[in-house]
Design a protein around this ligand. Sequence first.
Ligand code: TXA
Ligand code: MG
Length: 312
Amino acid sequence: MTILKPTPEAVCDAASTLRDGGIVAFATETVYGLGCDTFNENAIEQVYSIKGRPLNNPMIAHILDVTWVSRLTDHWDDRCALLAMNFWPGALTLVLPRRDDVPASACGGYDTVGIRCPSHPVAVSLLEEFGRCISAPSANRSGRISPTCAEHVDDEFDGRITVLDGGACGHGIESTVLSLVSSPAVLRPGSISIEELEEYVGSVLHGDYQGQIDSPGTSSRHYAPNTSVKLCTHDEIENTVDQDCAAIVLKNIIAPSKQTKKMPPTPSEYATQLYAVLRELDTIGASKILVEKPPRTSEWLAVRDRLSRCSS
Ligand code: TXA
Ligand code: MG
């Protein structure tokens, strides 16, 4: 077991592991991250290898506060400042042209870098103690469900990675990724909505995230449990569910199933629970997991995005 309470000593040890070119998993408010020194190419390579992540999928660099932005980009402008003022620390990643000294390998070979300033106290204390940018993808094997508690990380990597435990993640899904390389464009929806962003930067491009080329991590099969997932209407579930199927629903069903999880009615509470529920239902030997489609409204966009990926 390598799950550690984030005591000052544990955080100090984790920072020295990062300094020595090692890898440490840590809690953030979105999902757990698998962290390493952004400027250590050897450590970056190890993270890709441990995750089995395609080398062209860029990682997000985490910073303590806006004063660190200049270590990563020379392209901070008024739009960025306004967004940072309103959404940082928090679940927003900004993609900007990277400085030449930021390793291309940390950015999937791209000439841009994703930057996020997290709010979770464990992430904050690790950044404070380490004093350098931490590149961290979600702490799961590539293509699998992101971890929302320390035990999930332990399961993913069979206890081989030290995890700074910060409890269950408040958001439960990953940050919103916004490119500001030219006109604002959402590359991955997340808990900060497009409408919220538009209040500050005007119209934001977004669209078909399946096969999105500007953000390789948003390839269509992602966030997937081993058990196959099928998106259905409530009636379809009621009519097709059987004793072998698991179900994730918004309204109760009457038909018997192997196990049914009723989810909270709001998108933010739903998101907080989604990955843990998928992981749990993946362990019960169900033939498939039937998931009731959430409403097609914009507030459900990020949840619908994750569900459609894990069912594709
Ligand atoms: O909430 C989060 O974002 C979590 C926590 C740990 O911060 N991290 C996370 O990282 O979800 P990851 O690597 O699993 O997903 C990062 C996403 C990918 O879709 C990646 O393609 C995109 O962000 N991304 C990162 N840097 C980018 C860049 N320079 N250009 C385009 N997309 C980028
Ligand atoms: Mg990920």
